[in-house]
Design a protein around this ligand. Structure first.
Ligand code: AMP
Length: 509
């Protein structure tokens, strides 16, 4: 088993079809992509890299990302994707832990050499051009023999608590994720195209796998980032496009569409499918997104340990407005994806009845092999084949999973549990609220109190009084925020997740 065969297959069947785009410009057909990946695979092999060796990609999104990924897999290597926003010191720690031999970097993220590497290649350099020069006969370059349990992707968790851990993902994990996309997320044809706005070091990059399986096109925006105007333009020129977007990015796309007065039909010409996930999507936000952009959304819930595969809330579920539990479903993350079983369990993993809140457990072929060189963490996370996700939620009788919050985000005030998400859902329905994040702050009387950080919509003057009345009318008294902090923006990481640790510190201060 080797993911390189997916590229070889397209290079044989559709060699001349445009495959990789930088902005609107085609930079590689399938044959050219395969030739460059095969060339690099060959050269890495000649330089002494052997199957199983780790190669780090510390880069912003770039069309060469795809060539590098498939070159590494062609040679049987394990890719270590690193978020471009990490500090070189953090990257050095990962290089050391993963015992990576080579790294490919973009000049903007790695100004100096990373310690401990045999070779660091800046991917727009003459050295990179030589390494990626097309192989003379790509189809004849041998693909490394790898088994389904061999590693392909060593993904370091964001490490909000302690050191990041290396999640070991195997070829079976990635194949399962790729094939599952077609059943649970979306059908893909060779005429389709995916655009990479979110970092390719994360799930967005993994979605290259199903799109290559289908022979679709891959588009990296010229800005290498997320600019709604640019993405819509690309969509109209090359699309309609599919993309993966964290909820904050969905929000930016929706804001843009609304401000530019684009109706759902015009949006449909730019975007075929927007897959969202990675952080909570509030009901008010998805309702607005559907209203403005039309039915082009699918939600997934997963984590690095079971990448992009957990649950899905399909286009059909999102559109099923006549269903008696439609509103609850909109706030859920959907049902188990085909390759996995989902269970809500107690601390020992014993299954809990529908409606009971507990830890979300996942079992199936997408679940990681364990944490790299960290048997203690592996034993804690994987028990009896079940992955203990650390997420808290409950299943309803139809199998829809609603996430509460990660256990560390739970607020306990006067002995009562308060899930921040519930309070956030309510606050987001108040007029004039653009974004909100709720955390607990220590309090001598209550243990903890609820603090809401609120981003007002531009031009809206929000009063604390109004927000308090809004909450009182809609939630139990004890759950409502005791304190409001108006802010211009919320602190977020590179994947668009709100950094609650930062907010907790601020609330405490
Ligand atoms: P990561 O491993 O960085 O992909 O982060 C995974 C975590 O993001 C999960 O464990 C959840 O806490 C959160 N997450 C992922 N998808 C969703 C979703 N659809 N809704 C809410 N939270 C999500």
């Amino acid at each position: 088993m080797n993911l390189a065969h997916l590229l070889l297959r397209q290079a044989r069947q559709a060699p001349d079809r445009p495959a990789v785009f930088s902005g609107t410009q085609c930079v590689a057909t399938h044959a050219e992509w395969a030739a460059r990946s095969a060339g690099l695979a060959q050269r890495m092999r000649e330089a002494g890299l052997v199957p199983g060796d780790r190669v780090l990609l510390f880069m912003h999104n770039h069309p060469r990302y795809l060539e590098l990924l498939w070159a590494a897999w062609w040679a049987g290597l394990v890719v270590v994707p690193v978020n471009a926003k990490l500090h070189p010191k953090e990257v050095e720690w990962i290089v050391d832990d993963a015992q990576a031999r080579w790294a490919f970097v973009t000049a903007d993220v790695a100004p100096s050499a990373l310690a401990g590497l045999e070779r660091q290649v800046e991917i727009e350099s003459a050295q990179a051009d030589l390494l990626l020069a097309p192989a003379r006969d790509a189809l004849a370059v041998p693909v490394a023999e790898r088994g389904p349990d061999d590693l392909a992707w060593l993904f370091y968790t964001s490490g909000t608590t302690g050191r990041p851990k290396g999640v070991m993902l195997t070829l079976r994990n990635l194949m399962t994720m790729g094939l599952g996309y077609f059943v649970d997320v979306d059908a893909v044809s060779a005429q389709d195209a995916i655009v990479y706005g979110a970092p390719m070091s994360h799930g967005a990059g993994l979605y290259a796998i199903p799109h290559l399986m289908a022979g679709a096109r891959h588009v990296v925006p010229a800005s290498r980032g997320v600019d709604p105007a640019e993405l819509f333009d690309l969509g109209w020129q090359l699309g309609p496009l599919s993309t993966f977007a964290a909820p904050t990015i969905v929000k930016r796309l929706v804001d843009y569409a609304q401000q530019a007065g684009l109706g759902p039909e015009r949006c449909a010409q730019a975007f075929k499918t927007i897959v969202y996930g990675g952080a909570p999507m509030y009901r008010a936000d998805i309702e607005r997104a559907l209203r403005v952009m039309g039915p082009r959304f699918v939600q997934i819930y997963g984590q690095g340990e079971t990448p992009m595969v957990g649950t899905a809330l399909s286009r059909h579920h999102l559109a099923d407005a006549g269903h008696p539990r439609h509103l609850e479903r909109l706030a859920s993350v959907g049902v188990a994806q085909t390759p996995v079983r989902i269970r809500v369990g107690d601390t020992n993993g014993r299954e809990l009845a529908a409606g009971t809140v507990g830890e979300v457990l996942v079992k199936g072929d997408s679940v990681m092999a364990g944490y790299w060189r960290n048997p203690a963490a592996t034993t804690a996370a994987l028990r009896d084949g079940w992955l203990f996700t650390g997420d808290v939620g409950c299943l309803d009788a139809d199998g829809f999973l609603t996430l509460k919050d990660r256990s560390k985000d739970l607020i306990i005030s006067g002995g009562s549990n308060i899930y921040p998400r519930e309070v956030e859902e309510v606050l987001l329905t108040a007029p004039g609220v653009a974004e909100v994040a709720v955390v607990g702050a220590p309090d001598p009387e209550w243990g903890e109190v609820v603090v809401a950080f609120v981003v007002p919509r531009p031009g809206d003057a929000l009063s604390t009084d109004l927000l308090d009345r809004h909450c009182l009318a809609r939630m139990a008294r004890f759950k409502r925020p005791k304190r409001y902090v108006m802010v211009d923006t919320l602190p977020k990481n590179n994947y668009g997740k709100v950094l609650k640790t930062v907010l907790r510190e601020r609330a405490e201060g």
